[in-house]
Ligand binder design. Structure first.
Ligand code: IMP
Ligand code: MG
Length: 184
């Protein structure tokens, strides 16, 4: 596909790792009857979430939180903004936050603080991808699918300017100003 420089995670390895992650998450929630509430971060997490949900042997319900990260084409470093939520009552619930990628940590800090304000019983966090950034403070992440380099990636839910979410693999975007990430 035009603009895609290199496939980093292939179509067949993503669901395999996600299934293993679902097993790790299930092991961390031994009380199967209690159930968990997933709070998924829109929009980048949706493909990851769809694969994860169907592998999770737990009573599960779903809440949505919409956070905007990159404003527009030039990826100016700006703080994440909460756009909207559709959440069940999280009070006294076991919550699992699901996001696509941990980069600077701004998004997860925002989401974790919004969830904490709702008084849950426990909060865990799963991300599909993690970049090697220095993050201060480092958000707590309990489950990580893949550690990747500091490159801008698209596919499997992740976008550039809204595009490429449908690619069934994770790929680095073309070289040039976008070829490296924002870890700094
Ligand atoms: P953070 O707030 O810097 O940790 O960035 C997390 C959010 O930025 C993710 O939820 C993504 O939406 C977006 N993001 C970070 N890195 C990438 C990337 O390489 N490709 C696409 N989106 C990214
Ligand atoms: Mg995101």
């Amino acid at each position: 596909m035009e603009g895609v420089a290199e496939i980093l995670l292939h179509e067949n390895e993503l669901p395999t790792r996600v299934a293993a992650l679902a097993g790790e998450i299930a092991d961390a929630h031994p009380d199967r009857d209690r159930g968990i509430t997933i709070v998924t971060v829109l929009s980048g997490s949706i493909v990851f979430l769809a694969d994860l949900l169907r592998q999770l042997p737990l009573k599960t319900r779903l809440g949505l939180i919409h956070v905007s990260s990159y404003a527009g084409r030039n990826r100016v470093a700006r703080g994440p903004t909460l756009i909207g939520t559709s959440l069940p009552d999280l009070h006294d619930q076991d919550v699992l936050i699901v996001d696509d990628i941990l980069e600077t940590g701004g998004t997860l800090r925002l989401v974790q603080s919004a969830v904490a304000d709702a008084g849950p019983r426990a909060v865990r966090t799963a991300v599909l991808l993690r970049k090697p950034c220095r993050r201060d403070p480092e958000p707590t992440v309990d489950f990580v699918g893949f550690e990747i380099e500091d490159v801008f990636v698209v596919g499997y839910g992740l976008d550039y300017n809204g595009w490429y979410r449908n690619l069934p693999y994770v790929a680095a975007l073309r070289a040039g100003p976008l070829g490296h990430g924002m870890c700094g």
